[in-house]
Design a protein around this ligand. Sequence first.
Ligand code: URA
Length: 264
Amino acid sequence: MQSLSPQQNLKAALQASQTWWQDMGIETPPVPPAAPAKAKRPQTASQKTSKPSPSTPPAPQRAGLVEQIAKAEALASAAPTLEALKLAIEGFDAGILSDHAQKIVFARGNPQAEIMAIGEAPGRQEDETGTPFVGPAGQLLDKMFAAINLDADSLYITNVCNWRPPNNRNPSEDELALCKPFITRHMELVAPKIIVIVGGVSLQALTGKTGIMKTRGQWQELEVGGTKIPAIPLYHPAFLLRRPELKKYAWRDLLAVRERIENP
Ligand code: URA
């Protein structure tokens, strides 16, 4: 068997993890083609000592991240209303995220609603319009909620990330950490009775848990402004568009939401 170069090994590993993430309901960017294998060269002294991981941003970026998170926290906690929070996000420098996005995507629906649905990050149509869940996944989400008698007036819909990441990739862990103060304050200001966590990225951002396949339909508790709010993870509608055979599980989870509304 022909041995693989490090780049080819990396590509195979990326492809395997991409398949896994896609099965989890998470959009992923295409894997770039691997460079052809090169003859091994002896390493220089500095190559031998420093081995940065390709997924780890360079040190200055990470140092800047801590400061930016602190700024986001200060801005978010100082926002007394949803309008003020939206303005704070609009004025915030979220680095690559805000550099590439056309608009911030804040929320849609009724801020007085008892149900708050929290998705992942905006896609192309959301970025163009500044409104969450208006593309094909959003249309399916609306149908899913309509099936349990929840219309635009009984729902408030937002995302854990307010900017569309470049190339429609998922937000990185650092980016989610940067957005966290905003979604935390958003939940505090809306103070819903029930939170629907839409997709694996949102599950991770809001609960720290991974694995939407095993966690969907299991009630969680989110501590929001000193109050514990029941929250249920649901398959992301974009995932269901690719895996329609899993809609039956989403239906069960939606029925659990309906049941909770009727018997809080
Ligand atoms: N997917 C999401 O998670 N949120 C949107 O707003 C659109 C697509």
